[in-house]
Design a protein around this ligand. Structure first.
Ligand SMILES: Cc1cc2nc3c(=O)[nH]c(=O)nc-3n(C[C@H](O)[C@H](O)[C@H](O)COP(=O)(O)OP(=O)(O)OC[C@H]3O[C@@H](n4cnc5c(N)ncnc54)[C@H](O)[C@@H]3O)c2cc1C
Ligand code: SF4
Length: 559
């Protein structure tokens, strides 16, 4: 573990000019949105040149999801996929939903659930494996995919986006080139699609530069933590999908669990905490560990082995938080735009559908000789599309949960989803209130939470968990977690809020360490699993996540 004190951003040295390559379309991010967009473009016109850049060391290395997928996106993109050998094999066979108390659980009958919540016809997968499979299809169609390259800078031509530049490699902490220095590349394009997923680093800049979120509700987020287990064969129920809410979270804090049985005795177990939580002592990581000890849950893992661990933010704002999607020269797709359906805990289908929708509008624009202008029809089209109707029916679920707490909020949310299914809502369209960074209460007004110690068999600590994410960053590079004002971090994050970063970070990156009687903020950037929670939840928005050297970060084999 490399403990490094953050420094002000090193001043850029004189660097050689970047090489430039020209494409019709540049796509940032090889998740379901980016890959679906790339494949759709080639399906429409094979002569369109498309490049996809991916910051993970390979496609799928940074993908973390549940995942139960609604196959609607795949059915539209690759209608014959069921006839092929794909990693999509386990069909959902049973669907359970529990409200948990500390000692027991109440199963909710499926007939109480609005039909949109049903998982009938869905599949349990590793989304990372699905992305690798989609990438092989994309490459076979002639799409260039560059894994190990982070898009670090937006390129402009006047006011229009004209592509991206990948980050330089081999820069030292001091900002000066090292012996292995390689200049980043300019990937210039007629249209640039941002498919970076939740809280994309370039998407965040474009949202601000083009005021894309103006007149919309603030985007909301959750942090999702996941472990992959190989369980004892007698504990495996292939096709079982189980969700819960309630314990161990208190009644005011939103979130819940998922448990999906699939593949070769595999169980994906995960826990989501809504990032509008108030108590700075709350630790999503420890809530997740505690959840696994519940009497209804722990038996699944007896005799099993934990294979992998990771975490990732997800978007939760839904319909009313989707920003304007288009800007001159490009558009946002997938979770970079926030197309996650929160009550269904599904976003991959909308990621694919939005990638395809954007691709269709890009192809139309290219066919009529346009370039680097605004794809306004894509922005207009999504609300009338399947994505719009998917998100419209559930638009009040999250605001009701935030406003009324778990029990009343979920009950009212369920009622609202039912009435929306038949075409009306008693609530209209509710707002979300404050952005997530503004919801923490000062430590002095909050109750510390005593979490049990990990037992090393069912529950674990952060460091042994991060080890299972295979996270690695090139040593000696400039910090990719920028603390803008260290004095503010001490006077507010530490002194007022009690240092919540040490608890919300699922990888143990942040620590307040006493040195000579003074607390110092230590950043173990090496451990960062790229979940983006610090960029979202720091109470002063004083931490910015920027891409580290390409290829750095987790190396998830099948998350
Ligand atoms: C814990 C959890 C559980 C979930 N469960 C489900 C589920 O069961 N079913 C479901 O349908 N959905 C689920 N989701 C949501 C689903 O994972 C997302 O909706 C989906 O992955 C979004 O796809 P995307 O392509 O927009 O972004 P992502 O899947 O996040 O992919 C983005 C890609 O872009 C890359 N990237 C980002 N920035 C850059 C950059 N600057 N340069 C280069 N590359 C970059 C990333 O490395 C990544 O590979 C879950 C999410 C989480 C976190
Ligand atoms: S440093 Fe930030 S992005 Fe990295 S793991 Fe921690 S909270 Fe997530």
């Amino acid at each position: 573990m490399d403990a490094q004190m953050p420094s002000a951003e090193a001043s850029p040295a004189e660097l050689p000019a970047r090489e430039a390559m020209e494409f019709d379309v540049v796509i940032v991010g090889a998740g379901p949105a980016g890959l679906a967009a790339a494949i759709r473009l080639k399906q429409i016109r094979p002569d369109i040149s498309v490049v996809v850049v991916e910051k993970g060391s390979e496609v799928g290395a940074h993908i973390l999801s549940g995942a139960v997928i609604d196959p609607i996106g795949l059915d539209r993109l690759l209608p014959d996929w069921r006839d092929e050998d794909s990693p999509i094999k386990t069909k959902v066979s049973a669907d359970r939903f529990y409200w948990l108390s500390s000692s027991g659980g109440l199963p909710l009958p499926n007939f109480l659930m609005p039909p949109l919540m049903s998982n009938h016809g869905n599949y349990i997968v590793s989304l990372g494996e699905v992305c690798r499979w989609l990438a092989s299809k994309a490459e076979a169609a002639g799409i260039e995919i560059y894994p190990g390259f982070a898009a670090a800078e937006v390129l402009y031509d006047g006011n229009a986006v004209a592509g991206v530049a990948t980050g330089d490699m081999g820069i030292g902490k001091d900002g000066l080139p090292k012996a292995n220095f390689t200049r980043g590349m300019e990937l210039r394009a007629k249209y640039t699609l941002l498919a970076e997923g939740a809280r994309g680093s370039l998407s965040r800049i474009l949202l601000k530069d083009f005021a894309l979120g103006a007149e919309r509700e603030p985007q909301k987020f959750g942090i999702g933590l996941k472990e992959l287990w190989q369980v004892a064969p007698d504990k495996h129920r292939p096709g079982l999908v189980q969700h819960s809410f309630g314990w161990p979270l208190d009644g005011k804090t939103g979130g819940g669990s998922f448990l999906y049985h699939y593949g070769d005795n595999l169980v994906s177990v995960g826990f989501v905490v809504h990032l509008n939580y108030e108590n700075p002592y709350l630790s999503p990581f420890d809530e997740f560990q505690r959840f696994k000890t519940h009497p209804l849950i722990r038996d699944t893992f007896a005799g099993g082995k934990r294979l992998c661990y990771g975490a990732r933010a997800l978007t939760e704002g839904g319909y009313q938080s989707v920003p304007k999607l288009s800007f001159p020269g490009g558009a946002l797709i997938g979770c970079a735009a926030g197309f996650m359906n929160v009550p269904r805990i599904k976003g991959s289908h909308n990621a694919m559908l939005s990638g395809m929708l954007a691709a269709e509008h890009v192809a139309k624009a290219l066919a009529s000789g346009r370039s680097n202008d605004e794809l306004a029809d894509y922005d207009e089209a999504w609300r009338a599309s399947e994505i719009g109707s998917d998100l419209w029916k559930v638009r009040n679920a999250k605001p009701l949960w935030s406003k009324f707490g778990t029990l009343a909020g979920i009950t009212l949310g369920g009622l609202d989803m039912w009435t929306n299914t038949i075409g009306f809502s008693l609530f209209g369209t509710l707002g979300h209130g404050k952005p997530d960074y503004a919801t923490l209460k000062p430590a002095s007004q909050s109750q510390p939470i005593a979490y049990p110690k990990p037992d090393g068999t069912l529950t674990f600590d952060r460091l042994s968990s991060v080890f299972l994410s295979n996270t690695n960053h090139e040593e000696g590079q400039p910090p990719h977690l920028i603390v803008h004002d260290m004095a503010l971090q001490k006077s507010s994050e530490h002194d007022v809020y009690g240092g919540p970063s040490a608890r919300y970070c699922p990888a143990g990156v942040y620590e307040w360490v006493e040195q000579g009687g003074t607390p110092h903020f230590v950043i173990n950037a090496q451990n960062c699993v790229h979940c983006k929670t610090c960029d979202i939840k720091d109470p002063n928005q004083n931490i910015t996540w920027v891409p580290p050297e390409g290829g750095g970060g987790p190396n998830y084999p099948n998350m």
